[in-house]
Each structure stands twice: as C-alpha cells, then as structure tokens.
Ligand binder design. Sequence first.
Ligand code: GAL
Length: 706
Amino acid sequence: MADTGTWPTGRTLGYGGDYNPEQWPRETRDEDVRLMAEAGVNFVSVGIFSWALLEPREGEYDFAWMDELLDLLHAAGIAVDLATPTAAPPAWFYATYPEARVVTRDGVPLGPGSRGACSPSHPAYRAAARNIASRIAERYADHPAVVMWHVHNEYGAPVGEDYSDAAVAAWRTWLADRYGTLDALNDAWGTRFWGQVYGEWEHVQAPGPTPATVNQAQQLDYARFTDHQLRALFVAERDAIREHSDKPVTTNFMANECPTTDLWAWAREVDVVSNDHYLTAADPRGHVGLSLAADLTRSVAGGRPWILMEHSTSAVNWQGRNVAKRPGEMARNSLAHVARGADVVGFFQWRASRYGAEKFHSAMLPHAGTGSRVWQEVVSLGADVGALAELQGSTVQARVALLWDTESFWAQDLPWRPSDDLRHRERTRAYYERLWRDGMTVDFAHPTADLSRYALVVAPASYLLTADAAANLTRYVAAGGTLVVSCFAAVVDEHDAVHPGGYGAPLRDVLGLRVEEFLPLRAGESGTVTWTYDGATTALGAPVWAEDLALDGAEVAAHHADGRAAGGPAVTRHEHGDGVAWYVSVPLDVDGLAPVLAAACADAGIAPSDTAEDVEVVVRHGHDADYVLAINHTEAAATVSGVEGTDLLHGGAVGPDLKVPAGDVAVVRMGPGPAAAGAGGPSGPEPRTTESRRRADATTFDEEER
Ligand code: GAL
C-alpha cells in the first residue's frame, strides 16, 4: 500500500455515498447538490455502473454528462471518488464477446441484463476494462473534483469462481507458474490417491462436477487462482489509472462477507482500504458483526484510516427479510465504524431508486423524502460527522489479536470434513464476541505476522496452519505471549494435507499435548465440560464437537463431564518459555468462553472493561489528544467511568464519568479544558449545541412513539 499523504477529504471526516444520478432526469441534480449541502455531504462515489453510458458503443465515448456532473459537484464543494464502471459491462460487450462471459461450475454462461463482471481471465474483458479505466483516468486526472479512484465494485461478488474456457486456460498457466512441473503438482495434490495422476497439463481441469468429491488440494488451489485472477484484473485497471494520475486508488472490499478474496493480499495493492458493510438482518446482534468487519478492515489496512464506502441508512433489499433500522441505529452503526478507524462514512446510495433491482433499498434521501425520519437522521448524522473532523488520521491500538487466514477458511469449507457443524465463521464470531463483550479492542492478524505487540493472541479457526505459521506462534509464546488456540487447529498444511505427526503436530510443543482423534457429536447432541481452573467448578455446554487429547506437559483447566471423552481433558493450559498457551478443544459458546478468556487475559496481564455489556467503548489516538467513542446499544442510560474531557457531539465538559443516554453515542476528546483546535489544521465545524442535538433526538424518538 502506497503512502497517500493527504487524506482524500482533507483534515475532515468524509460523509456521503454512492451517487448514481444517471437514473434521474437532469433537473434532479440541482436539488441533489442542494440537499447534499443540507446533509453535510462532502464525498460521493460516481460512475460505478456507468459503462454503457460512458461508452455506448465499442470505441465511442460520451463524457459530456460526466463532465457536467463533476463540474456541478466541484462547484458545490463535494469531493468525488470516481469509479471505473467495469462491474457492469454493457450489452454490446456481451454481444460482441459472448465467449468472455463467466461460466458457472455447472457450465451455465452468465448473460447481460443485470450486473457483475465478465471473465477476469478473458483477454477481451481485460482489455476492455483496462481501456475504459484508462479513458476515464486520462480525461479526469486533473479534474479538481476528483480526489480518488474507485476501481470496479466489490470484486468477487456477484461473480467469483469462473469455469469458462478462458479461465481453464489461465488456470493451467497459473499452475505451471506455481508448481513448475507436473510431478510437483501431482505431489502437492496427492494425486496418487484415487488414481488422479496427471501426465499432461491439458488434462488438468477446473474442479467442476465429478462423480465423487473433487481433489481437495485442487479445490483449494482453485480458490487461490480465483482470488489471483480477480486481483490481476484490479491491478490491470489500477495501473491503467496510474499512467495518468497519482491520486489514490481504492476498491471496495466486503470484509468478512466475500469468501473469494484474500484481503491481506488485496490491501497490499490499494492505496486506501475501503469496505462495504451491511447488517445481517437475521442476526439480532448484528452490531457485533459490524464491529468485527470494521476491526478486520482496519487490520488489513495496517491500522491506517480507511473508508466505509457503503452501508445502509435503513433496510437493504436483498436478504430474505429486510429489517429496517430503528431510530438512532444508523448513527450507532456509522459511528461504530468511525470508532474502529473509518475516516469516511458512506452509504449506498444517495437517492432511492425508482426503478430496478434496488428500489426497496434504503437511501440517504429515501422515497419518503425530506419530511421523513430517515432524512432527518441523515442530516443529524452529517452534523455529527462534521463535528468530528479532528479525529481524522487518529488510530486505534489493540492489545489483542485474533488470527484471520482466508486460506484456512477456504480449506475448512471444503467438503468431507469430520463434521458439518464446526464452522470457522461461527468460531471466529464466538471468540470475537466474547472479547467484544469484555470491552477488548481487537486487531486481526495473519498467523505469520509479527505478533510481538499483542499481549494476547487468539486462534479461533486455524484448521490450515503452515509449519512456518505454527513456528511463529510458538516463538510468540516462548517470548512471553499468551496464546489461545481453538479446536480443529493446525490439522493440515498449505496443500490440505494432514501434517506429518498427526493433527495439531506443529503446535504440539507449545500446547503440550497431542490430538489423537476427533469426536464430533451427532446432530442435536451436546456435551458438558467442567471448568476447574483456579479452584472453580463451573459446568459449560460443549455442543457439536470434542477431541481425544493426550497430554504432554499441559495442565487440565476443564474436563469432559460426559460423552465419548468423559473424564478426558477439554481445555488445557501450558507454560512454554516465558509465555502460556491455552487449547480449547470444544466449541464453547460466547458465555462458556468467559472463564477461559478471563483466565487467558489474566495470564496476559490485561483486564476486561467494567462497562455494561452492549456499551461499546473504543479509543482513537490522535497526535494531540485521545478520543473516547462510546456507543450505547442498550435501552438504558450507561456510565463509562474515567472519561474526562470535551463532548464533541453534545458540547460541554465531561468527567469524571461519561453518561451515555440509551441508544446514543458520545465522542469525548480526552483532557482538560474547552474545545481546542485539532492537530494544527482546520478543526472542522463547531460541535452542535446540546439544544440542537436534543431537538434532533426529540424528533427521532417522538416519531418512534407515534
Ligand atoms: C453492495 C453493492 C451496491 C449495492 C448494495 C446494496 O454490495 O456494492 O452497489 O448493491 O450492495 O446493499
């Protein structure tokens, strides 16, 4: 990732969203910019799906409408994140290059009439994508409205894997680069099993339909290849832009949602990390999933500020049941992203669509218009974001890291595992949520990363763990770190082959045990383990999974009270070098993890917060001040102790404790004295007065009661 120097919105936070005015008559735009000013919008993304309008026929361009739009936005003081429109190839492209369509695993080519990329492996699509990116960058490189480039949209969705002829040809080339020889490929994939040995590169297929399950190492490599091809497409567009412009380039990720992209690798290719996040309506604790996605985004960004490119003001339209946000929820969501490092708050989209697939999706300017509660909350949030200008560039620091390895997740998701019930996503969320409820700010880290700055490292789902990564974790503990490893860990290497020496072998020394056998439970069964560490006797539910462990130096912190492993160890602790390693061989739920993580935190010398559950508190560290952001997700007022300073949203002094009303958010600049200007630059709009804030809130809550 390049150092971008100046932040795209200057010394302020950005506020805005996707702006797709081409779906509206020209006269709507004047009203749009007027209302954007009212809402405090200073940043919009345009042109994301505009290829058919910008290049109506191959090689014929119409930039007039975009020229006018950018001039209009510039005159209104709104910065533009200008997109390349390659996530929606025009109908002429499909008609001219039908062989460039993406083909599904079942052999169905995907046609026009919707959106989604063509085959990233097809030379015609690559060339056309590069060309339109280059034309746009050439024309607008020096346009004063344009502050950055938004390449494509959400790589990997809705198009991820591709089984077209072009993809298969590229796959063979990719394999030849990776393995050099067919012998090396045969060894890596273990093709002697089930007689799959290849004698010619042309015989190697994509892992399409087969009579029984496809070779799993082949499937894992296809996931790597898919990610690589998508990224190569991004790089081609990015480099086309860089020939004309040195403004920062981004593309919007879907942290935690898109299974086909390895964000660690993607983050190295962009200048600024951006993310889209939508609540999962079926998840009643979606705000925890939001925090997880935001922490992951900040982590792949290397701790630097990032852009929340899209979220929703209220309901989305693409889930089974699209639940609308309640008063105050949008602000809590937006400011939770800010708390975790976002320096731009963006939405999909500015004005609700009348036509097409997303007409039931909420927007900043909803169908119900400016008299609506959502609009009033959008205006109120714009003022809040404006009042937080001085937070720009401040960072979040964590003492706890959760390991995140996309390759391990790909591998664990392959078929024919010991149990369908043990899911990396569920385990990651359970551990994350335990730490979230305990008020711990968490980074995500790759298992091979330098972990020395963390007091506690948690490995919730490390099914695939290379020998190098295991050595890294072992060194971390030996040097004094505290490690918690969850079940089904270090089972396979990078080729999905069981480690020599058996399950968990590379972690044997640090954990002080061997895993002899997996003992998955039948559907509906659940076991109990008894936590006895430190003189306690607590029964904890252990659903889904157990393991048969043979101890080799570890002490038992909890044992199985029943089931196939009755009497055997379930949770262990092992001192190794100057540190401690815990192994949790059962998938304890969020409550069951409480004593385990409390004990591990004690080993690590860190303490959970005493703030009420569901009151989220994060600190952003600036050059001149620290900022406490407290988000109260509960229906009761909450107190955060030891917060003294200036309330940037409500105005006034705070201390010695911070009171956060039910459902509200507070942002406090720590330290004594009245509001001072931020780090040397413009300090942004004045904080709103308590009275104006109360007025906005009163509208909000009165309407709810009606
Ligand atoms: C995103 C996408 C947007 C819009 C949004 C709706 O995934 O980038 O264009 O479709 O979802 O929630």
